[in-house]
Design a protein around this ligand. Structure first.
Ligand SMILES: Nc1ncnc2c1ncn2[C@@H]1O[C@H](COP(=O)(O)OP(=O)(O)OP(=O)(O)O)[C@@H](O)[C@H]1O
Length: 275
């Protein structure tokens, strides 16, 4: 695996949030992490993206433990990754400036200064990687529009373009379409598939099982901080090994109460409201 967590435990204070999780992503695959709210999906993304170390276990990039590297070496690996959050967090500037942001922060100060100056005098051209990334999300025609004037769906697509523009090996998306309408969701999912075809590894955390079914090469189901099972979506959704997965698929596990009491033997059963 290109990026792989092995036997990791993660906690906040006294609370253990991930228990003995082993999961990785390869180049050119979409791995989806599903599970009820509060189950540890975001924590897993932060762990895989080397945002924080595990309490125990390892996170390895091409076989090298990320936390055995120097800070500088780890930063070099982190630059191979990009992250898209639920909130797109764009800034008050043209769309293309927002998309090129990740590229600029990865440049030397000299190149960056030149680019800032060209931006100030309005002579900045949209570079090819930025144009290609905007094309991928269907927003090339909005390159010069102020990012703050975009719709929520367009803004989320711009955030994905920004992640793509740095030419990453892995992209992490945390609930990327939870606020989007079906059209914007479909456009973003198509951009994700296109990234996969170009060899990017994609890790998506989502509540949306239908999205996981549409997009994934593999799905991991997390419950109570435990990776209950992982496999191709057809198997996981139609013929799961674990009764908890079946409950989740049937819409019976909505919240992660197990994370509160730490009892992994007897999962609570929550029902959708009947209305
Ligand atoms: N910085 C933090 N400090 C303390 N506890 C945290 C922190 N971040 C997350 N947690 C706790 O860890 C648990 C898992 O949170 P996490 O955000 O990983 O879940 P999630 O599956 O992504 O949830 P959601 O789907 O609602 O976003 C929760 O109980 C949460 O309260």
């Amino acid at each position: 695996m290109m990026l792989e967590a092995t036997d990791v435990f993660v906690g906040y204070g006294d609370e253990t949030v991930l228990r003995d999780v082993s999961l990785g992503v390869d180049a050119g695959e979409v791995l989806t992490v599903v599970g009820p709210s509060g189950t540890g999906k975001t924590t897993l993304l932060r762990l895989l993206s080397a945002f924080r170390p595990p309490e125990s276990g390892t996170v390895a990039w091409e076989g090298t433990d990320l936390w055995s590297l120097s800070e500088e070496e780890r930063l070099a690996v982190r630059r191979r990754m990009s992250m898209v959050f639920q909130e797109p967090s764009l800034f008050n500037a043209p769309v293309h400036r927002n998309v090129s942001y990740g590229r600029r922060v990865r440049q030397s100060w000299r190149t960056r200064l030149g680019s800032e100056l060209r931006g100030l005098v309005g002579r900045e051209s949209v570079s090819d990687p930025v144009r290609t990334a905007l094309d991928a999300v269907g927003l090339a025609d909005k390159a010069d529009q102020n990012a703050l004037s975009l719709s929520g769906g367009e803004a989320q697509r711009v955030a994905f373009a920004r992640a793509l523009a740095v030419d990453p090996d892995v992209i992490f998306l945390d609930e990327p379409t939870s606020n989007l309408d079906p059209r914007n969701t479909a456009l973003l999912e198509e951009a994700i598939r296109q990234a996969r075809r170009r060899g990017v590894g994609v890790v998506v955390a989502t509540h949306d099982m239908h999205q996981a079914e549409r997009l994934s090469d593999r799905v991991g189901f997390i419950y109570g901080g435990e990776l209950v099972e992982v496999g191709p979506p057809e198997r996981l959704f139609e013929n799961p090994d674990d009764p908890r997965t079946a409950q989740f698929v049937a819409g019976e596990l909505l919240y992660d109460e197990e994370a509160d009491d730490g009892d992994s033997e007897r999962p609570p059963v929550e029902q959708y409201p009947s209305t």
